[in-house]
Design a protein. Structure first.
Length: 189
């Protein structure tokens, strides 16, 4: 199964990704981790990726897709993958669909974990306090959520039009959220 996991910071996506990867026995593909791994290599691509990461910018869509495609060709992804942090833009979603179609494959589902904004802020402030992240204050959290909502809105609409979007209420207990996720997965198998 190939699925995209969409959720704002603080929604509990990390917890649910771990459970979902175990349930489906597929790799968790985090583009952030993949980009950092490429950056450590000694190649022209790694130097190009580093120039974006070091400047705090998002890598270009086609570069991210190239890295994801390379990973998808690995043996561990033969039965699917859980995409986390990808696609981040509508162009990346279209590139992913095109790549999968060229391979005779498809994306099975996009899963959105929804949590009310004030709850997200409280969760992130609590996490910042626990983790000692002084840079995660109310203003920076609101900005991160704003960026998430502006980038993600077109993706949810894109996948909804394809009949692939499932929305799960992230305001419930972690166990209930996972039960709802499992029901979504069953509908798309």
């Amino acid at each position: 199964m190939r699925l995209v996991f969409i959720g704002p910071p603080g929604a509990g996506k990390g917890t649910q990704c771990k459970r979902l990867v175990e349930l489906l026995n597929i790799p968790h593909l985090s583009t952030g981790e993949m980009l950092r791994a490429v950056k450590k290599q000694e190649t022209a691509l790694s130097r190009w990726v580093a120039s974006y990461i070091d400047a705090g910018r998002l890598a270009p869509d086609h570069v991210v897709m190239r890295i994801v495609a390379q990973k998808l060709q690995s043996e561990e992804c033969v039965n699917g993958a859980l995409f986390d942090g990808f696609p981040r833009t509508l162009i990346q979603a279209q590139l992913l669909d095109d790549y999968l179609a060229d391979q005779g494959l498809k994306l099975d589902m996009a899963l959105e974990l929804k949590v009310e904004e004030e709850e997200l802020i409280q969760r992130l402030l609590k996490r910042a306090q626990i983790d000692g992240r002084v840079d995660d204050n109310y203003d920076t959290i609101r900005e991160r959520l704003h960026v998430f909502h502006t980038q993600t809105a077109p993706l949810t609409e894109y996948y909804a039009k394809q009949g692939k979007l499932e929305v799960v209420n992230g305001m419930q207990s972690a166990d209930q959220v996972f039960e709802d996720i499992k029901a979504c997965v069953e509908r798309h198998r």
